[in-house]
Design a protein around this ligand. Structure first.
Ligand code: SF4
Ligand code: SF4
Length: 139
């Protein structure tokens, strides 16, 4: 039996595809469990979605092939939130505000802050809090 895995993805929906029930079909027809972190429709009616999908590798692959038939772009890094290493001063201000530990002290001795994207749930707390604007949303 195939092993179940979870993948974090960011989907970009061009204007014409926003209203189609793509997520519904991922669940119903491709046996995937979908956990949506964040969704946004721009004033131009383009859509962005950051989500986890859980299922077998085969079901996820088939589901993504289905998604691509709608001209939806799939970013498999799932990077809805980014950390700009050039701007980050490692002040640590964001660490206690990050609910998942995605932003954390990588080394207690140097107190260097590291960002583990896979643990980010897109709450956007760091974007509001970072005094140096090192954290940003791609949409
Ligand atoms: S608050 Fe901003 S500058 Fe400070 S450690 Fe976090 S991301 Fe880096
Ligand atoms: S968006 Fe939220 S979960 Fe992600 S790194 Fe920032 S504070 Fe942590």
């Amino acid at each position: 039996m195939s092993q179940t895995v979870t993948k974090k993805l960011m989907l970009y929906f061009p204007r014409c595809e926003c209203e189609k029930p793509i997520i519904y079909h991922l669940v119903k027809d491709h046996n995937l469990v979908v956990n949506v972190y964040r969704a946004k429709v721009t004033p131009e009616e383009e859509g962005y979605l950051v989500l986890d999908v859980t299922g077998t590798e085969e079901d996820i692959e088939r589901g993504m092939e289905f998604v691509k038939t709608f001209h939806v772009s799939i970013n498999t890094t799932g990077k809805g939130v980014t950390l700009d290493e050039q701007r980050c001063t490692h002040c640590g201000h964001c660490v206690p505000h990050c609910p998942t530990g995605a932003l954390h002290f990588a080394d207690p001795a140097t107190r260097r802050v590291d960002f583990n994207e896979a643990d980010c749930i897109e709450c956007l707390a760091c974007i509001r809090i970072c005094p140096y604007r090192a954290c940003a949303s791609v949409f």
